[in-house]
Structures are given as structure tokens and as C-alpha cells.
Design a binder for this molecule. Structure first.
Ligand code: FUL
Length: 519
């Protein structure tokens, strides 16, 4: 075979999904130039597409955040790194298994534990600093090892797990350090941050996310001075570029070798902050770009994660905190998981190293609510028809049954040039409906730009629903409350219907719908 044909074949191969970040529109152009056999009639990808680890991460959908550490005992939200290690004084060895059991009851699939916050205090026996549990005053504190116990508990409970390790470190003399010529040194990246990530990697190669917060400011003191002064050096320190100061590209490469499935949040560049801490994504939400809505034309896959608090006090436990109502938390779920983002919901452990009873009870209530409201799929009982089915391949079909076969590797699709299509559901006996849930087969890119939902009492006349909501993007998952209210989605009697019609009005290329559910 000639070299040129080999080259052409290589260009025409399906994209390697395991590291697609960086695949540009150029590849799409190259694919179009090819005319190789496609026996399965597989649709061409619409770039960008997710990496394998981003795909796995997306499937986690709803997971917990556990802010626990020095601040739990000082009552602060941000410590300044000057706290005496003896301040960390749990009354008993903290029990991450209890934290995760609470999360599981809420229907969460995993959790992320803060093991170092901005104060730099490490909740594991680290070699990188003296500011850790090893120098605490009590035996109970010294025995604490959150990453070890958290990882063990998660594996036992079959939940995903990961760690928040703050890049900003007020306790470190190296953070923001400059040499005599005013250049940033790499002491912090080399002696502190990278070794800390490697130490944490040793608690399990199956971690799913590392949380690298971007905060670097405020009136805090610590080693490097600031408005309140601090121990050690004087004068305020800052950094100009997190990517270079923390040496993120190299860190990412090295950690991926140890933790193949981990995505690096925030500063790590693989998953984005949704742009608020209030528990909502945009109604329109693309898995690329930035902020609440993303950007349909951005070139890099960077899906959104929404971090929000389940309690009123703060990220860390506070004496008089209250837990939000299950109804409010359900609304958050609809506005994040139901809008192509994930939800990381914070449940703060208290001074005993346990999730308080009131929070645990509320989480169980939320879990029951999710099951009742989004657990009984009425699409499975419907006769479903579509305006078009993509021509099948040798062993692959894209037929209507793919919408409800529960298989994440299959999907219903139209032919290449069809970007407008309908799905019609009919029930023999009227059913009561409140929500529609759609999932795109995002392995081949996010496509849908606009869709509408209508219902019919008699099977012939259709009425549009949720017209006040932007039914634009779908992405990994979209849940639309048919009454148009995420806050009061379950109020009233729902809609008693004999039929429903979903119309895809516009899509970047032929739509690929992996799953359709009706509740
Ligand atoms: C922020 C931090 O500064 C907060 O303390 C908290 O950890 C939150 C989740 O991220 O940026």
C-alpha cells in the first residue's frame, strides 16, 4: 500500500475518543475529504467531542462535596494558614463512610472530599509540609487520614470519589515566591503542589475528579503577609498566571498517567465552573465555552459543573446552619443535571466528623423525591414513531427502539442531511406526565440547537408545553418540566395525555438521540 493511502486511511479513522481535547474543526474538514467505506453508516462526529475521561465523568451526574478541615474548628470560611495545628481537634476519628452513605441515599453517585483548603492544612500524613494532621495535638486528630478512609468507603459503597486540593496555599512560604530578579520560582509547584497531588494519587488510581479551585485573593494573611500581616515573610503575594505558576500542563500529564480517569476541574482545564454557586446552569448550555451557557462554536470540550450548598451556613459547617428544603434541592437538580451540567452538592461534616442528622434526613427525603418524580419512565409504555430513521449499517441500526433500549452505546439518528425531525409517543390509556428527559449521544458531539414539546389529550390536537423555557440545547442530559416551572414542577395534577410530540427544529448535523424518557 502506498504511503499516501495509508495517510488517508489514518485521517479517516473514527476519532480516538480518549484524548480528543484539541481536535479542531480542521479534522472535520479532513474527514470530509475522505471517501472510505463506512459499513455501519456511522454519523461523522461534530467536533469538539469529549475525551474518554470526560465522558465517564459526565455519567456521574450528581455527587457530593464535603468541606471539612481546619475551618470546621475555627468557624471561618477561609483560614489564613497561621492556625495552630492543635486547632484541628475532631472529637472522634471522622467517618467518611457515613458521609458517603448520606450522599448515596440522596441518589448521588459519588463525592469529593476537601483534603486541603486555602489554609494549606493537610488532612493526610503528608511529607510536603508541617501543616498537617501529623502535628495536631490529639491522637484522634493524628489518626485522621481523610483521603485513605474516603477512598476505601467509596469503593465499598461502589461510588466514585475524588479530592479537592487547593492550589492556593496560605501556609506555604513558597506560594507566590519570587527570586531576587522578580521572577516567580517553581518551588511551590515542585516542592509542594505536585508532590501533594502524587501523594493523593496513591490513595486510589480510580479517582474521577480532582478539584483545583481558582481562588487566590482576599484580605488574608498567612505566610505571605497581607492586610492582617502574618507569620513569616511580609508583604502581599499574588500570582499572575495559575497555569504557569502551578505548572498545570505538566501536572495534568503526570497525574493522568497515575489516574487515567481523573478529570481536572477548574484550573486543571478539563471541566468548567458553571459561573455561579447558586445551583443553576443556563437553560441553553453547551459543553464547550465558559460560564452558564457555554458557546456553541468554542473548539474545546469543557463541560459545566455546578457547585452549590445544601445548607445555609457556608461551605464549612456552622453551628446554626439550616438545610435547604428537598423541594429547593430538587429544583437545583432540574436546573443543573437537567441542563447539561453536573451537580456537586455540599454537605458539611460537623466537629464530630459526621454529617449532622438533619442534613442526613433531608438527603434521604431528596432521594425519595427523585425516585418518585423521575423514576417511572412512561416512554417504555408508549408506542413511539419517528419521522425518519437513518439507513442502518451492516450490524448497526439507528431505529426508534434505540430511544428506549437503555443502552448508552446506541442511539436513534436521522440521515446526514436531516436536521429537522419528530418523535411521536402514543399511549393506549391516558397517562399523567410532568417531565421529558432527553440525552444526546455526545460521544459524537453536541448537536441539537432547538426543540419543542407538545402534548395531546385526544391523540390528534397538540398543545405546546414549557413554552417559557428555552428548549434549545440537550447535550448529555436535559430534563424539561412540562409546566415550565423548575421551582413548582410537581405542583398541580400534571397533564393527562394520550400522545406527545417532540420536534427537533435545528441541529448542527443529524441529531443523535441516545435516550428519551417521560415521567
Ligand atoms: C471557592 C472557595 O474559595 C470556597 O472556599 C469553596 O471551597 C468553594 C467550593 O470554592 O472558590
Amino acid at each position: 500500500m502506498k504511503l499516501s493511502s495509508l495517510l488517508l486511511m489514518a485521517l479517516c479513522l473514527p476519532p480516538l475518543l480518549n484524548d480528543a481535547v484539541g481536535q479542531a474543526k480542521e479534522s472535520q474538514f479532513q474527514l470530509k475529504q475522505c471517501n472510505v467505506a463506512n459499513p455501519e453508516n456511522t454519523p461523522r462526529p461534530v467536533f469538539p467531542v469529549p475525551s474518554r475521561r470526560q465522558m465517564l465523568w459526565n455519567e456521574t451526574e450528581f455527587y457530593a462535596f464535603f468541606h471539612y478541615g481546619m475551618d470546621t474548628y475555627t468557624g471561618k470560611e477561609w483560614g489564613d494558614g497561621t492556625e495552630d495545628e492543635s486547632t484541628f481537634a475532631p472529637t472522634r476519628v471522622p467517618d467518611p463512610a457515613q458521609w458517603l452513605r448520606v450522599a448515596k441515599q440522596a441518589g448521588m453517585k459519588g463525592g469529593i472530599a476537601v483534603v486541603k483548603h486555602h489554609d494549606g492544612f493537610c488532612l493526610w500524613p503528608t511529607k510536603t509540609t508541617d501543616h498537617s494532621v501529623l502535628n495536631s495535638a490529639t491522637e484522634t486528630a493524628r489518626k485522621t487520614n481523610i483521603p485513605r478512609d474516603f477512598a476505601r468507603a467509596a469503593r465499598k459503597l461502589k461510588m466514585k470519589y475524588g479530592f479537592y486540593v487547593s492550589p492556593w496555599d496560605l501556609s506555604s512560604i513558597y506560594w507566590g515566591e519570587k527570586d531576587s530578579q522578580g521572577r516567580y520560582t517553581d518551588n511551590y509547584a515542585k516542592k509542594v503542589f505536585f508532590p501533594q497531588c502524587v501523594e493523593l494519587a496513591q490513595y486510589g488510581s480510580d479517582q474521577f475528579e480532582m478539584w483545583f479551585d481558582g481562588a487566590t485573593g482576599g484580605d488574608h494573611a498567612g505566610y505571605y503577609g497581607g492586610a492582617y500581616g502574618g507569620k513569616g515573610t511580609t508583604g502581599r503575594r499574588t500570582i499572575d498566571n495559575a497555569q504557569t505558576f502551578y505548572d498545570i500542563p505538566n501536572l495534568r500529564d503526570s497525574i493522568h498517567k497515575l489516574l487515567p480517569n481523573v478529570v481536572m476541574w477548574g484550573v486543571g482545564g478539563e471541566v468548567r465552573w458553571i459561573g455561579n454557586e447558586a445551583g443553576h446552569a443556563g437553560e441553553t448550555c453547551w459543553a464547550m465555552g465558559s460560564g452558564e451557557s457555554g458557546n456553541a462554536d468554542a473548539w474545546r470540550w469543557c463541560p459545566g459543573e455546578s457547585d452549590a450548598k445544601a445548607t445555609t451556613g457556608g461551605w464549612f459547617w456552622k453551628k446554626n446552619e439550616k438545610v435547604l428544603s428537598a423541594e429547593r434541592l430538587f429544583q437545583m437538580y432540574l436546573e443543573t443535571v437537567g441542563r447539561n451540567a453536573t451537580l456537586i452538592l455540599n454537605l458539611p461534616p460537623d466537629v464530630n466528623g459526621l454529617i449532622p442528622q438533619a442534613t442526613a434526613q433531608r438527603m434521604a427525603e431528596l432521594g425519595r423525591m427523585l425516585k418518585t418524580r423521575l423514576g417511572n419512565d412512561l416512554a417504555l409504555k408508549a408506542k413511539i414513531s419517528v419521522s425518519e430513521e437513518r439507513t442502518p449499517g451492516a450490524h448497526t441500526d439507528y431505529s426508534v427502539r434505540r430511544l428506549t433500549d437503555g443502552n448508552k452505546n446506541t442511539y436513534w439518528a436521522t440521515n446526514d442531511n436531516t436536521t429537522h425531525a419528530t418523535i411521536t409517543l402514543k399511549w393506549d390509556k391516558p397517562v399523567t406526565v410532568r417531565y421529558v428527559q432527553l440525552m444526546e449521544h455526545i460521544k459524537l458531539g453536541q448537536r441539537v440547537r432547538s426543540f419543542t414539546i407538545e402534548t395531546s389529550d385526544d391523540g390528534t390536537t397538540f398543545t405546546p408545553r414549557a413554552t417559557n423555557i428555552q428548549t434549545t440545547t440537550i447535550g448529555y442530559k436535559r430534563i424539561v418540566p412540562l409546566n415550565g416551572s423548575t421551582a413548582k414542577s410537581y405542583e398541580g395534577d400534571g397533564y393527562k395525555v394520550k400522545a406527545m410530540r417532540i420536534t427537533i427544529n435545528d441541529s448542527k448535523a443529524c441529531p443523535l438521540i441516545q435516550s428519551l424518557s417521560v415521567f
